[in-house]
Design a protein around this ligand. Structure first.
Ligand code: HGY
Ligand code: MN
Ligand code: MN
Length: 418
């Protein structure tokens, strides 16, 4: 069975237009106006193919073929449609368009299989609203529950509950929010696949067209608040300063030096978000809040470095008489993906003479939440120059097409399997 490459590329090119920052990458946060437009576009395509659409309280979407039966197990494929700020046109949405191309191809073929097929769109994967990645799939798997609706807050203090109620009012006028039946019945799921761009340099540098993911890095995110003494930038002698931003800078570079010196050269530490108060060029910063994340494929490394970094931040803050508060913000556990599916994908790639590599994912994906409950596989296509989460994110058309055709081929094998 062959995909329709033109339909795939048209969908990708149409969906990238739903952005709050045209000309400066794709910015499409969950529950925003562009998210609504992207959802409406996808709903129109899959409804035209006769599919049924189910939306849960977090607005995760499950879209099934019309002759799916409750007596069969289901093979699921999908990803996310939300982005980081000024992100790329492929992160997440490529896997959704791939899963959609599969559903449109299967629907048109009229073929019937031993198992059902559904595509899924996970909500709030990037965590751009609440700095917590994979929020939709964390509710689906029970990692998050009703209490999370009030504990996750955005930069203006709105809770996830507030944002969802506002979104519900906008899209269907409802004022209810019930997460009690959001968990999937994983006994009904045969397997799940996520097709994604690599977002790193490996496949591009090695001129390979496909990645078969073996393990997904885990991560821990801590929130750090440093409080010094605000003062006049000109009249305050250097010996009398308690500059929160200067202390933060020392903490961040010290943490980076520590992780950079790790012999395995695999662990990564990042501070990507930092808020300064009052953030005026002629005022010594009174307070700073930043999020520091550590990622690795080995959970002990993550824990080791988070503990080491927490104590170095305390020591530096104490030595400079700046108050320090820290708390765990979010996390996900590193994990290896399903061997059965990996073996199946490796033998398919060999049969098709594809240039592939079994590899790890430094990026986290909803697949790593689902993989705790169902056989889960991930497929990568190359990212040109290894860039992602930026407007420069891109992948050759030929690679985009190869990835989706491979996804369809693997899914058809799974659909046939008893
Ligand atoms: O942060 C990540 O790895 C993913 O892009 N949300
Ligand atoms: Mn992604
Ligand atoms: Mn991403």
């Amino acid at each position: 069975m062959k995909i329709n490459a033109k339909r795939l590329l048209d969908n990708l090119n149409n969906l990238k237009k739903f952005t709050d920052t045209p000309g400066k990458g794709v910015t499409r946060f969950s529950y925003g106006s562009e998210d609504i437009k992207a959802r409406e576009y996808i709903a129109s395509k899959v409804s035209a193919a006769g599919c049924s659409v189910h939306e849960d309280a977090l607005h995760n979407l499950r879209i099934g073929l019309k002759d799916n039966s409750t007596h069969k197990k289901t093979v699921v494929a999908g990803s996310h449609i939300d982005t980081v700020k000024n992100g790329g046109w492929l992160d997440g949405i490529y896997g959704v368009c791939g899963a959609m191309e599969v559903i449109e191809t299967l629907a048109k073929s009229g073929a019937s299989f031993h198992n059902n097929y559904e595509m899924v769109i996970f909500a709030e994967e990037e965590g751009s609203n609440f700095d917590s990645t994979m929020t939709g799939s964390k509710f689906i798997t029970g990692f998050y529950d009703e209490s999370t609706l009030d504990s996750l807050r955005n930069d203006i203090g709105e809770s996830l509950r507030d944002v969802l109620l506002d979104f519900n009012k906008k899209v269907d006028g409802s004022s209810s929010l019930d997460v009690s039946n959001i968990r999937w019945d994983f006994n009904r799921i045969k397997s799940m696949f996520e097709l994604h761009i690599e977002q790193g340099p490996v496949l591009d540098q090695q001129k390979l067209s496909l990645g078969i993911v073996e393990s997904i890095f885990g991560m821990r995110v801590i929130e750090v608040i440093l409080t010094g003494v605000g003062n006049h930038a000109g009249a305050t002698p250097m010996t009398e300063r308690f500059d929160a931003l200067s202390v933060a800078a020392q903490c961040i570079t010290t943490a980076e030096d520590m992780v950079r010196s790790d012999p395995d050269k695999r662990t990564v530490v990042t501070v990507g978000k930092l808020e300064v108060k009052p953030n005026c060029s002629n005022v010594i910063p009174e307070a700073v809040k930043f999020y520091l994340e550590v990622r690795d494929k080995d959970r002990n490394k993550i824990d080791f470095y988070i503990d080491e970094i927490k104590s170095l931040i305390f020591d530096i803050a104490e030595s400079r008489d700046v108050k320090c508060e820290m708390k765990e913000h979010s996390k996900s556990t590193p994990l290896r993906l399903n061997k059965r599916l990996m073996d199946k994908m490796v033998s398919k790639a060999n049969d098709q003479n594809l240039a592939y590599k079994v590899m790890d994912s430094g990026a986290v994906h909803d697949a790593c939440m689902i993989a705790n409950f169902a056989d889960t596989g991930m497929i990568f296509v190359p990212s040109i120059n290894g860039r992602s989460h930026v407007p420069e994110e891109n992948t050759d058309k030929a690679d985009l097409i190869t990835g989706v055709q491979f996804l369809l081929d693997i899914i058809i094998d799974e659909l046939k399997e008893g």
